[in-house]
Write a protein that binds this ligand. Structure first.
Ligand SMILES: [Zn+2]
Length: 625
């Protein structure tokens, strides 16, 4: 059946095999009927969680938020690359500010695509942010919940007891790891994918037993609306958060974002060492300039080498030694001028020996490095190379140990990366892995310096270019946190923890959305310092982070052993056992099932050779049989 596009009274009807979308040409409220279930999703226009549609210039005197309802509209049927629909041209206020909104559906798939284009100027003033399309009403049924890929992912049931009023930017560690969100009711659900993911955030408002709204906030790009913004809604009957994550997984494959570990191993066989690895962070020099007197501590490369040798003696087969503070003045100091290696710790000679020893033990070595935080006392520092904001200021702060820093514009970073890596390799340091700090954690940045302007999209491309360069050296690559755009380049991350509130408490009910999409594409280490964290790492199929001074390593070896068997598996399912979210089960594509009860601290592993299927707890870990 082809798509039917017709006008009925004040509404445009777009109808295909799976959905009917009704667009009120006056109010711009959209209703979508998911045909198989008969469930109707309606946009919310007023009340908590709603925002005005558009930030526009008014009469040359400033800006104000307006509603698109107020605009005169011209209408036109459109067809575009297999999509059929209608374009509404809205002209608002006396200035007749031009906004075009397209509503489109494909022949068959249950998708509604909404594109808003407010790029036309209004008397020379740019249009700014937008909150259109508006949020769909979730409804108050007790089984409804919102699906949010904030960090590793969570769901927020309609009766979730804590208030949430917070914005989450896409591609930021305090925001969304992946550019989508969703909502689920008893009969149907939807997934909203940002097809233009670089300048957008969501605003979540939740009050227990009232309503949860997720508003889409298109951020300005270089001070204006910039370019058409597009969101794809996919409506499905009888879905849950797993189904939604799997729809996104397929979308990521179709777009070329998804790249399996198998593929990365074919490119660089060293990546296979991440299967069943243990991440061992070691610190060489700490030099904290934030405190008076400056806190300074050094543990030499030779000392750290002894600890690493002991790990092998304790039977740790695979490890990745992540070295912090190895640079000239220690951790988070003087970037990007980190060379020569710390002299008090042994300098070039001992770093080279250390790297050779790590290689001889069959472990990977990754040096912490940073090409974004730009320290004011670094010899290469130049304010000319830093990002500039819209009003011409350079960001300067002193959050980290090295003291005052600005932000190196990503358009200027690759030269420093090449300079440092070339010297490390030329001197004979056996670099098998690398940790490029913050690139997948801090939001994408804009730069308004006319000599090196940069949009957030260009920031992403510049960071990706650095990833490509380091990969081209045969180096196993990591950055700070989980994200979406880094998947083609990264083999592992520092970690991808569960979402938390600003007070440090859990946000919503954790579910492994990121692993459901990318478990077989990237290796995810976990802090396992508490029972709950340990069980989470086990359940989500991660690898553990180990303090090199830890005496008891069996429980770390246990997690590594499990990961060796399932590290390249797709995580195909996750479910809660019972109604109270205390027990959970994951299923991997090789058939392995991991059942964890967070209340009792017990777990059952099925399908891993050498592991008995009896219930266990953390005290019975050493028994790999
Ligand atoms: Zn710049």
């Amino acid at each position: 059946m082809a798509v039917k596009v017709e006008r009925a009274y004040s509404k445009w009807i777009l109808d295909n095999e799976n959905i009917t979308a009704k667009i009120d040409s006056k109010s711009l409220v959209v209703d979508v009927i998911e045909k198989q279930s008969g469930d109707v999703w309606t946009m919310k226009t007023w009340g908590p969680g709603c925002h005005n549609d558009l930030l526009v210039p008014v009469g040359g005197f400033g800006y104000r938020w307006i509603s698109l309802m107020d605009g005169l509209k011209e209408e036109e049927k459109i067809e575009e690359k297999g999509l059929h629909g209608v374009e509404l041209k809205v002209r608002i206020l006396r200035e007749r500010i031009p906004v075009r909104i397209k509503f489109m559906v494909p022949d068959k798939d249950p998708n509604l695509i909404i594109e808003i284009d407010a790029t036309g100027p209004s008397k020379g003033w740019p249009i700014k942010d937008s909150f259109y399309p508006r949020p769909f009403i979730l409804g108050k049924s007790t089984k409804s919940y919102t699906v949010l890929p904030i960090r590793h992912g969570c769901i927020v049931p309609i009766d979730y007891p804590q208030e949430i009023h917070q914005s989450y930017q896409v591609s930021a560690c305090s925001g969304l790891y992946m550019p989508w969100f969703g909502a689920v009711r008893e009969k149907s659900g939807y997934l909203a994918i940002f097809e233009t993911p670089d300048d957008v955030e969501i605003v979540v408002d939740h009050s227990p037993n009232f309503e949860t709204t997720v508003a889409i906030h298109w951020l300005t790009s270089m001070g204006s609306f910039g370019y058409p913004r597009r969101v794809r809604y996919i409506f499905k009957p009888k879905v849950n958060y797993v189904t939604l994550a799997k729809i996104y997984r397929q979308y990521a494959k179709d777009c070329g974002i998804f790249r399996p570990l198998d593929d990365k191993i074919k490119e660089n066989s060293k990546v296979s060492k991440l299967l069943g690895t243990i991440i061992v962070p070691v610190s060489i020099c700490t030099h904290d300039r934030r405190v008076e007197p400056i806190f300074h501590k050094v543990v030499s490369f030779k000392e750290r080498m002894k600890q690493i040798v002991m790990l092998k003696e304790k039977g740790i087969e695979n490890a990745l030694i992540h070295v912090d503070g190895w640079g000239v003045r220690g951790y988070d100091n003087l970037h990007p001028d980190i060379l020569p290696p710390n002299l008090e710790a042994g300098g070039w000679e001992d770093l080279i020996d250390f790297s050779k020893k790590v290689e001889e033990l069959g472990y990977l070595l990754g040096l912490h490095d940073n090409y974004r935080d730009f320290y004011l006392d670094a010899p290469s520092f130049s304010i000319q190379l830093c990002v500039k904001d819209e009003v011409g200021r350079h960001p300067i702060h002193s959050y980290w140990a090295g003291g005052p820093q600005s932000v190196l514009c990503a358009t200027k970073a690759l030269g420093f990366v090449k300079r440092n890596f070339e010297e490390l390799i030329a001197k004979g340091v056996r670099l098998t892995a690398s940790y490029l700090d913050v690139f997948t954690c801090v939001p994408l940045e804009e730069c308004f310096d006319p000599n090196h302007p940069m949009t957030r999209t260009q920031c992403k491309e510049n960071r990706a270019e650095i990833f490509r360069y380091v990969r081209s050296l045969g180096i196993v690559l990591s950055s700070e946190e989980g994200n979406d755009w880094g998947i083609p380049f990264l083999d592992f991350v520092y970690w991808a923890p569960i979402a938390i509130h600003s007070d440090g408490k859990k946000l919503g009910i954790p579910v492994p959305l990121y692993s459901l999409v990318f478990h077989d594409a990237i290796v995810m280490p976990w802090d396992v310092s508490t029972e709950e964290k340990y069980l989470r790492c086990l359940l989500y199929g991660g690898v553990p982070i180990l303090n090199p001074e830890e005496k008891e390593v069996e429980r770390f070896k246990f997690l590594a052993y499990i990961h060796k068997h399932i590290g390249k598996d797709e995580l195909i399912d996750h479910k809660f056992i019972g109604e109270d979210y205390k027990a959970e089960e994951t299923t991997y594509s090789s058939g392995v099932k991991i059942h964890v009860n967070f209340e009792t601290g017990t777990y059952i592993i099925k399908g891993v050779p050498g592991i008995s299927e009896d219930p266990r707890n953390l005290l019975s870990i050493s028994a790999i049989k």
